[in-house]
Design a protein around this ligand. Sequence first.
Ligand code: HEC
Length: 310
Amino acid sequence: MKKISLTFTILLIGLQAFSAAKADVAPVLPEPSIGLSSSELLIVALLLFGVAVLFAAIVILNALKVMIKERMNPTPFVKYQEPEPLDYVEWVKLKKSRPNIWTKILSLRPLEEEESIIIPHSYDGIQELNNPIPRWFNVLFYGTMIFAGCYLYYYHIGNGPKQDEEYLTEMEKAAADKKAFLAVAAEKFDENSVKIDASLVANGKAVFMANCIACHGEHGQGIVGPNLTDEFWLHGGSINDVFKTVKYGVPEKGMASWEKNLSSKNIAEVVNFIMSLQSSKPANAKSPQGEKYEPKSVKDSVNNETIAKN
Ligand code: HEC
């Protein structure tokens, strides 16, 4: 017994220490977003509490009333009587008269009771029933009215965002999204979209120094790998071809695929750096390999075609 109480005390102390530690690092919560200050919130909470107390008081009062009434004149004790067994026809009738889900939803009265809800007028012998409107429908109906009132107050009288303000914030958000999208898109290069861009050369040099000089030499003059400064290329000398070679590599000849280790932007940079090395004639250059590449832009060839046609 003593042991148990000891463990309890230890537990309690631990708990207290824990809660104290927690209170120390309590995160700073943002202000409640409904625009109520803490004292106003307190008032609302007190009001709600008051309503709850009132409700409880009414319930207790009613219970007391029933109890006193039973005391004064108790309901006589009735002996339980077995219900008489129904025959089939009666059972079917009872079953039919029981409301199903559909009649419950629409709160329809059973056919037998319709007489009581006939409206006492008739037009050309046609009479109407006064079917009550289901409660859920009324709740919905009045709910929309209350909602409309709140909406009107919040957006047109209170400090809800006005339509033009909402428009402006959305436009701002869209502009930010567009900027982010364009920034991401600008980072993406592939062998079709890559272009000569002098601004990429500086970064390209860094990429080249870090990854490529072991085989291509510090000046691209070629060691194990071919000379990258001449006009002779094994795999094509347009920037798109070079991009492709670097991206996919020539694994069977010892040139790795760099797709996995370099981002497409890095590849575009290093390719631009290689292009900038053209005819730089470094010392100890490796002798040319492959075919001579003669630059011609797509535009030129299109022009030539049209000229030839004319
Ligand atoms: C392990 C050595 C090695 C490394 C590292 C290396 N390469 Fe290569 N590279 C080669 C070899 C070998 C070839 C020739 C492939 C062939 O014979 O088809 C080559 C070919 C190339 C070609 C094609 C040349 C042509 O004539 O068509 C380019 C462009 C190229 N490398 C760029 C790079 C770049 C950029 C890097 C660094 C990111 C790099 N290489 C790193 C070995 C290497």
